[in-house]
Design a protein. Structure first.
Length: 68
């Protein structure tokens, strides 16, 4: 997936997406789906990315990872 300049490419985990969408409201789903379309087309603006803590609270090791 090509990303626009100043944007990072994004991949969505389908299982996680389905689980998240099952727990959200109608409005939340609409916002998430619109954002996903934008991210899949242009990537995520780099300015919106936040560095993850190296070790997550649940013990997951996340060096070099980012989140929105």
């Amino acid at each position: 997936m090509p990303a626009s300049r100043g944007h990072a490419p994004v991949l969505f985990d389908e299982d996680a997406w389905v689980a998240d969408m099952a727990r959200t409201s109608t409005n939340g789903r609409a916002v998430a789906e619109a954002t996903r379309r934008d991210y899949e087309q242009d990537g995520c603006p780099i300015a919106d990315l936040l560095a993850c803590q190296k070790d997550a609270a649940d013990g997951t090791n996340l060096p070099g990872c980012v989140k929105v």
